[in-house]
Ligand binder design. Structure first.
Ligand code: ADP
Ligand code: MG
Length: 210
């Protein structure tokens, strides 16, 4: 079993759907430890991506082309920290998908590249209460699943579940990166919005692969 361009397009559309459905929740999370724009930022970004996909005259040829469209659109439409962070993630992921179809190890390479992009851009490490706390365990779980012979869909499901646990674990962390770090200890007892949106986006990737 492999994933192709139809999966990538499905991933984008389901991401747009889930950030729309969770828009208020992400706004509320960001209101508690940030400036309350994360839900709006991602809603705007993914709505713009789907609009661009709809307007294309010829369908994208491969996964890389889809991810590149996501990257450039998020970078130009999403403000704040998340735009450049997700933008870099998708750009690196696009470059990591050389082949037209992805097997389990190809999926791992995509996720690893995305995490590398986020770390290169934001310089956060795990434990700083950022989206890295969802992405890093997601990549770890994906590697383990692929090494154990899981299908691409199962690799993505393992990644999404680990991102969810990672997002949950940000609740007790004190932020030392990003806007939430201005709150110091008052950032504790709240979930990081970017970790939560990471979980949602990875769940969309898994759903698209079903
Ligand atoms: P802003 O903080 O500029 O308002 P958003 O609200 O859209 O941007 O996004 C906030 C999210 O960005 C945080 O919840 C966190 O997950 C993520 N983030 C912020 N700074 C960093 C960083 N340096 N590295 C990784 N992720 C970060
Ligand atoms: Mg914000």
């Amino acid at each position: 079993m492999t994933l192709d361009v139809a999966w990538a397009i499905g991933w984008v559309r389901l991401s747009a759907q889930t950030v729309t459905e969770h828009r208020s929740e992400l706004i509320e999370l960001d209101r508690q430890i940030g400036d309350g724009d994360h839900g709006e930022n991602l809603f705007r970004g993914f709505t713009a991506v789907t609009a661009k996909l709809d307007a294309l005259e010829t369908q994208p040829a491969d996964i890389g082309e889809v991810l590149k469209l996501v990257a450039t659109t998020l970078m130009s439409t999403v403000g704040g920290a998340a735009g450049p962070l997700y933008g870099t993630a998708y750009l690196r992921a696009a470059k990591a998908t050389g082949l037209p179809e992805l097997d389990s190890h190809g999926v791992v390479a995509l996720l690893e590249a995305a995490l590398e992009g986020i770390v290169a851009r934001g310089k956060a490490r795990t434990g700083e209460k950022t989206m890295v706390d969802a992405w890093a365990p997601a990549v770890e779980a994906a590697v383990a699943a692929a090494d154990a012979g899981a299908t691409p869909a199962a690799v993505l499901e393992a990644a999404a579940a680990a991102a969810g646990a990672g997002a949950e674990a940000t609740v007790e962390l004190i932020a030392t990166k990003g806007r939430a770090s201005y709150l110091g200890e008052r950032s504790q007892h709240h979930m990081d919005p970017g970790a939560r949106s990471t979980e949602l986006i990875l769940r969309a990737a898994a759903q698209a692969a079903e």
